[in-house]
Write a protein that binds this ligand. Structure first.
Ligand code: ATP
Ligand code: BTN
Length: 272
């Protein structure tokens, strides 16, 4: 597969947007985690959107200390840093809005069947089969009173057998890849450019309106809409109900025996 190349990404951004110069892109051959790399990087106080993409992550992270696995040449693993101005809306729902942006970018490039699982997973459905195509990790820090987020995205562009095996052994749901749902194998550089533009648009909208404006788009791609699901939480009883959708603040809505329950983003996992 084509190597990651900053000049190709910048050229694609330049052909699609007038403000492409806002993105400051670093391409790394290897690092621990692109999220960690950006969290550790000295903040800049200009308007640049700092982005790092890496070929080999040695310590890719998911939520709650879980691992994100990838394969050089076959995966896309990157992070972007975004500063919210004072007075920005609540960030609950941000990982869902990012999911909508990722789905829209993939669909614009011809992907079919992209679905979202609350709160941070990108799934695909192919007939009766489906799987996890990617994940989103949002981490927050406060810098000089402003809220800064680092948004990390991992996508399986193509799954070599060794990665399928490693993901299976990690105990998660089955993995899926983009090549299975696109008309042709995408260039990772073009994929990154499309994702960055869609993410910058979504983050600008989110800064102004919060999650409310994304709720309908999220709901349309809700992988578990109307399914009976369980909310698993290590420190509390399991909640079971029918997945109704998401509220305007990004909370998951479940129709349970005890009535409508709101599940807020936190230390919980959603299971079919
Ligand atoms: P939750 O519902 O709590 O989000 P999850 O299993 O999706 O549960 P995450 O923390 O979101 O957990 O994602 C990390 C998990 O994703 C890992 O534990 C692993 O099972 C799985 N995983 C890791 N790498 C990949 C990959 N390349 N493709 C698909 N799944 C992966
Ligand atoms: C999840 O499914 O829990 C989220 C996975 C997020 C993985 C991406 S890969 C790029 C960035 N760097 C990381 O260490 N994690 C995110």
């Amino acid at each position: 597969m084509e190597a990651l190349d900053a000049s190709i990404v910048h050229a694609a951004l330049g052909s699609m947007a007038t403000d492409a110069a806002r993105f400051r892109l670093t391409v790394l051959d290897h690092c621990d985690s692109t999220n960690t790399w950006l969290l550790d990087k000295t903040p800049s106080f200009d308007d640049a959107i700092e982005v790092v993409v890496c070929e080999r992550q040695t310590g890719g992270r998911g939520r709650r200390g879980r691992s994100w696995l990838s394969a050089p040449g076959d995966s896309l693993t990157f992070s972007l840093r975004w500063r919210f101005a004072a007075g920005a809306p609540s960030l609950s729902g941000l990982s869902l809005a990012v999911g909508v942006a990722v789905a829209q970018a993939l669909e614009r490039m011809g992907a079919a069947g992209v679905q979202l699982k609350w709160p941070n997973d990108i799934l695909v459905s192919v007939g009766k089969r489906g799987g996890k195509l990617g994940g989103i990790l949002v981490e927050t820090l406060v810098q000089d009173g402003a809220t800064v987020v680092v948004i990390g995205i991992g996508l399986n562009v193509h799954l070599p057998p060794s990665l399928v095996k490693a993901v299976n052994e990690s105990g998660g749901i089955e993995a899926a890849d983009l090549v299975a749902i696109m008309p042709a194998a995408p260039s990772r550089n073009l994929l990154l450019a499309n994702l960055l533009l869609e993410l910058a648009n979504a983050l600008t909208r989110f800064s102004a309106q919060g999650f409310a404006g994304f709720a309908e788009s999220w709901q349309r791609r809700n992988a578990y809409a109307d399914c009976t699901v369980r909310i698993v939480n290590q420190s509390a009883a399991t909640i079971e109900g029918r997945c109704v959708g998401v509220a305007a603040d990004g909370a998951l809505l479940l129709d349970t025996d005890a009535g409508l329950r709101r599940i807020v983003n936190g230390e919980v996992s959603l299971r079919l």
